[in-house]
Design a binder for this molecule. Structure first.
Ligand code: GLC
Length: 748
């Protein structure tokens, strides 16, 4: 391991460990986050002000390492193997000759580099052929990844692994491998998919005696192997770039997620209507049809807050335009919808149609807004509008230009923007690795393209929407995107396996910082059945982003496409959600403050309980509510694991002691819900057609005997005024049956 250690310099909270071939920087933040950044190929220089590494990727972290108020690190030398010992706060880092580290948290060894070479299994010469046959492609030559950099850490025998955003498969990612490369694949997503739309290089390792997060900030294509190649270690391999990662230790998952979101940003509190029910379909062809949809929800007494306009509303799929025959008066439409308490969200894709007469193309060409080929010409590919060019959202001037176009939508009464196809997806083969953006080549920009598009959209809305909290929905994302957008899980299908998948994804997205998330209810591709639709609604009942969406050409799936039984069951489910919206809103506010996700896997709340490490067909809404949806056809009951403690059946009030499985009654129109003893839950009752109807007089506090406390929060549901004190906060404390109330803040 010829990377010999020479020397160590300390400045404030950063240690520079100088090796023969470069330096390793170790910074210890005030909150015990450890940032490790390798700078190879540099002269060995002592630490200097502008040499302390900044965050590797701009706009991802909220604080730069160099800004972190350090608690001074100290260095010492212990023995021959350990060349330097750096310590601050609860952290001690032992650094070795070969750039390997051991990190101790509160005196306990938590993270260790795996020091021997990876033990790859021998490849059979026909293996590539077999894989190619299974995956339906021809054998390509294995490319030598000469520039790859790898983090390899020891994997504890009982470590479970969570996070990584929307990756399919089990909740616990141990034993699997994945690739971060934003991918739009319309085939039904199954466990063996390595990549999907989002690349969030953050994961949590939960051992029996420790819990920590790793955020590996590098946007190049990255492989994660969590004990798949070998059970002794896990590794993160970036195809290019430098090693740059953060270690975040905590006593539990909540602390680790708290640290990660303190670094990359929390999911903000949205306008309250965002938490309502959304209806969408690729294929609402006229504005009259959109209005009819809203009317039908009202007629059937199914609450609804939002209708999405998919690409059908545009003129030839040109972004920021309207089809003047089918959508001649979107402003008028939005006003009529507003009378019914319904808002409009519209889709905007990144691809700009190559059309000399189209203002977006003309303006973009004039200002050099689009990505280039290596020969300097504007790069072209095809998306919905045909030949298209791709805005370089890594450029500030392009983001401002694009952001200002949101005015066009706002003037038509549109209240939120849905960003799609921003992996970026392309129909004439993938963008070559060397397409040029300001921030770098496509191979470096790909995984962060959607992030910068969402940022442009968010900032445009923030500037132009009269102080309202922007809502951007995205398909592609990177770490930290949660500051700018919520995300949905893309093109799922109307199949039973995708109800289960949606919950695995929502649970992992939630602990990966993207707490405003959800899947297409009913399934996007393929044809739904009435029973599947109902169970999809029930599974999503408390999922933060709640939208029925389907693809053109599939069976329509608005609830009224089916019989009364279906309509009744959907109505019941949507009403249950609306009843809990005050609680959801409180949790969303808490999430903005602390990063605690709105929806959580059971393991987030009960990490010491080994039974819950892979449960994702049940989830928690906050810490009080457990939902156990039916995710298979023909069921009338399901087994439910209740963690330790006392629980109440939400419907019957029956009390159960936890730490065991029970059988819950689950006919078609019922999603099993259990409430923890000591719960305090603000709910809304009365006639509610949309969140607008949830007025103060309709809110009451549900309690379930036990010990608990909860802060109920109110603001204007719309603007940022709460950040200047325009909110009320009341703390409730429950002891047995006795509920006490204390006003914490009165600003409304
Ligand atoms: C993509 C989106 C989908 C949308 C369609 C048409 O497939 O994922 O939600 O309906 O494009 O815009």
């Amino acid at each position: 391991m010829g990377n010999l250690y020479k020397n160590c310099k300390i400045q404030d909270n950063t240690a520079e460990l100088i090796y023969e071939n470069g330096s390793l920087f170790v910074t210890i933040f005030e909150n015990n986050i450890v940032h490790v950044a390798q700078k190879h190929g540099i002269e060995s220089v002592a630490i200097e002000e502008d040499f302390i590494p900044k965050a590797a990727t701009p706009d991802v972290t909220c604080k730069d390492t160099s800004d972190a108020k350090g608690t001074a690190a100290e260095a010492g030398v212990s023995d021959a193997a350990v060349k330097a010992v750096i310590s601050a706060r609860d952290i001690t880092v032992n650094v070795k000759d070969n750039e390997k580290l051991d990190i101790y948290y509160k005196g306990k060894l938590v993270l260790s580099d795996y020091e021997t070479a990876r033990k790859k299994s021998e490849k059979n010469p026909y293996e590539d052929l077999a894989i190619a046959e299974l995956e339906g492609h021809t054998v390509g030559k294995d490319e030598e990844k000469t520039d790859a950099v790898t983090i390899i850490k020891k994997l504890g025998k009982d470590d479970a692994i969570y996070g990584l955003g929307d990756k399919p498969g089990c909740l616990n990612k141990r034993g699997y491998s994945y690739v971060n490369w934003n991918t739009d694949d319309p085939a039904p997503h199954v466990d063996s998919f390595k990549s999907l739309y989002k690349s969030i290089p953050f994961f949590i390792v939960l051992g029996d005696e420790y819990c920590y997060g790793i955020f590996a900030d590098n946007t190049y294509k990255t492989t994660f192997d969590f004990g798949y190649e070998n059970t002794d270690y896990y590794f993160v391999e970036h195809e290019k770039g430098e090693l740059d990662y953060y270690f975040m230790p905590g006593n539990d998952m909540a602390e680790v997620v708290g640290l990660y979101t303190s670094l990359t940003g929390t999911t903000p509190l949205y306008q309250r209507w965002i938490y309502g029910s959304h209806q969408s379909r690729w294929g609402y062809y006229t504005q009259d049809e959109v209005l009819d949809i809203a009317d039908k929800f009202r007629e059937l007494d199914i609450p609804c807050d939002v209708i999405h306009m998919d690409i059908d509303y545009m003129n030839g799929y040109r972004v920021f335009t309207f089809d003047d025959k089918k959508f001649p008066d979107v402003k008028g439409l939005s006003e009529k919808l507003a009378d019914r308490g319904v808002k409009l969200i519209s889709i905007i894709d990144p691809g700009v149609k190559k059309d000399e007469d189209y203002f977006m193309y003309k303006e973009g060409m004039e200002m050099d807004a689009f990505a280039h080929d290596t020969d300097g010409s504007v790069y072209e590919n095809a998306v919905w509008p045909g030949t298209s060019v791709f805005p370089d959202f890594t450029k500030q001037s392009v983001r401002s230009w694009w952001g200002d176009k949101t005015k066009i939508l706002l003037e038509h009464g549109i209240s939120g923007i849905w960003n799609d196809m921003n992996e970026p997806a392309s129909f004439n083969g993938p963008l070559p690795d060397d397409v040029q953006f300001e921030y770098g080549a496509h191979e470096k920009v790909h995984n962060i393209y959607g992030h910068f598009m969402a940022k442009a959209t968010y900032e445009g809305l923030a500037k132009n929407d009269g102080g309202k909290r922007p809502f951007v929905l995205t398909r592609a994302a990177y770490a930290g995107s949660q500051k700018y957008c919520g995300g949905w899980t893309g093109d799922n299908h109307s199949i039973w396996a995708h109800i289960a998948l949606s919950l695995e994804q929502v649970c992992n997205l939630s602990v990966s910082g993207l707490a405003m998330c959800g899947s297409d209810i009913g399934g996007f591709g393929s044809d739904t059945t009435p029973e599947l639709l109902v169970r999809f609604y029930e599974a999503a009942v408390f999922v933060p982003f709640f939208r029925n969406h389907s693809a053109m050409g599939t069976r329509r799936q608005e609830p009224w496409q089916f019989d009364e039984t279906t309509i009744d069951a959907v109505r019941k489910t949507v009403k249950l959600r609306y009843r809990f919206i005050p609680y959801i809103y409180d949790l969303a506010h808490e999430c903005e403050k602390t990063g605690a996700p709105i929806v959580r896997p059971l393991v987030y709340e009960y990490h010491a309980d080994k039974h819950v490490r892979n449960i994702s067909d049940e989830y928690m809404l906050g810490s009080f509510v457990l939902v156990a949806p039916v995710i298979a056809p023909g069921k009338e009951a399901r087994e439910v694991y209740l963690p330790d403690g006392d629980w109440y059946d939400y419907y019957t009030g029956e009390k159960y002691s936890g730490g065991r499985y029970i059988l819950a009654d689950a006919p078609l129109d019922k999603v099993p819900v259990f409430i923890k003893a000591g719960a305090i839950i603000p709910v809304a009752d009365g006639e509610i057609r949309s969140t607008e109807d949830i007025t103060e007089d309709k809110i009451s506090i549900l309690t379930y005997p036990g010990k608990g406390s909860f802060v109920h929060y109110q603001d204007d549901n719309e603007t940022f005024a709460y950040r200047n004190g325009a909110y009320n906060a009341v703390e409730y404390t429950l002891d047995g049956d006795k509920l006490e109330k204390k006003v914490l803040h009165k600003g409304l």
